[in-house]
Write a protein that binds this ligand. Sequence first.
Ligand code: GDP
Ligand code: MG
Length: 443
Amino acid sequence: MFDFLAKKFSSIFSSLSDKKQLDEKAINEVLKQVNEALLSADVPYDLVQVFTASIKDEMIGQKRASSLKPSEQLMKVVYDKMVAFLGEDGTTHFTPHIPSITMVMGLQGSGKTTTIGKLAYFLQKEAKKRGKERRILVASVDYYRPAAIEQLELVAQKAGIDFYRATNSEPISAAAEIRDFAKINRYELLLLDTAGRLHIDNQMLNELHAIDTNLQPKHKILVLDAMTGQESLAVAQAFEQAVGFQGAILAKSDSDTRGGAAFSFRYSLKKPIFFIGTGEKVEDLAQFHAKRAASRMLGMGDMETLAERAEEKIKASEQQTISNSWEKGQLTLDDFAQQMDMLNRLGSLSSIMKYIPGMGNQLPPEALEQGQSEMKRFRAIISSMTPKERVYPRILNDSRKLRVAKGAGVAVVEVNKLLTRFVNMQQYAKLIRKSGGLQNFFK
Ligand code: GDP
Ligand code: MG
């Protein structure tokens, strides 16, 4: 979702990087490009006009901040405006009341059922971080889509969340039955899946309205499919008029879509995007942060999310071991292997690079793929070394190299490649130690 705009903006900004000054003519030229980028990302025309006009006002009215180059100055203005469009941080998080019912709505196929599993999983994970266990129940009143209820049951199983099937199959009475079941069994959170249609349809909206009146759920969330672009605004407006909702979850943000929906939803509906769906698995849900989203759309990466991901997947003790060995300037091949393992746990190289400023759009996919398979080979090579070889790779003579290569199922040149790479890394480590540790190195 972010890549399309990130590519466009990166090239706009880099075309300015050697300009000493931005006069009105140059600003207009840039804004024309911004205009085109947003329109091609499927942002509605009038919104694009509002957006570019606000940037122009700011740029022309602004005194040149002496420390910033024109390209940086423009980048900052565009970034600030984009954050304003996407919503300030801190006000957009979904924290359900305890106890409460959350009704989840959306068109058929938008991602409701999958999202409910993810949301339940997320809420439980957050509770556990605070040492609590939440009683969460999921249930469905989708009697239209074949096997929709079984699908929810399966998703709940994967998320480790309780599921209830109503005996009633008329949506409004089923919803009441589910509410009673949750109450009697003292569930703290009930997430209710509802039926959607392929298009906005009055019968669907009437049914949702009736369930809403009957159950009075404390929270209502709309799931939007990021792939539908501009059209999702009409969907959101129809749901808002008929039923109303507090905020949206943008599913399928990992898909090859252009980001128009995210950009325009908040501004047009004046409601927050709580989460974005980032894949099909239960853990693939991320809280939406306006600043991080703006940063990624402008090709500036998102180190905060990457750091959080690292924190979740990599134990602090492991991080410490690695940074100790770096700081001592003594890296072994075991450290090297451990680092590759940690990186792997964060995701594929191509998915990680998107978060690193300036990297996401520059490395061709083939290079990333190559890096990924090289890492796998290196890992196999290190595994087939003896512990002593890993600490003193110097002892690797030709016959040892041959043995290691055979064990890993690679050619000897690959072993040599790894060793060269390793020597380079050791030199870095020494450099880091000389400059007084990692902290200083990255300053
Ligand atoms: P519903 O009809 O609204 O309940 O939609 P579903 O939950 O059945 O989702 C429709 C399809 O979209 C399924 O194949 C899901 O696996 C897929 N899907 C849902 N959310 C995401 C997401 O965030 N990323 C990706 N890649 N696929 C998703
Ligand atoms: Mg469904």
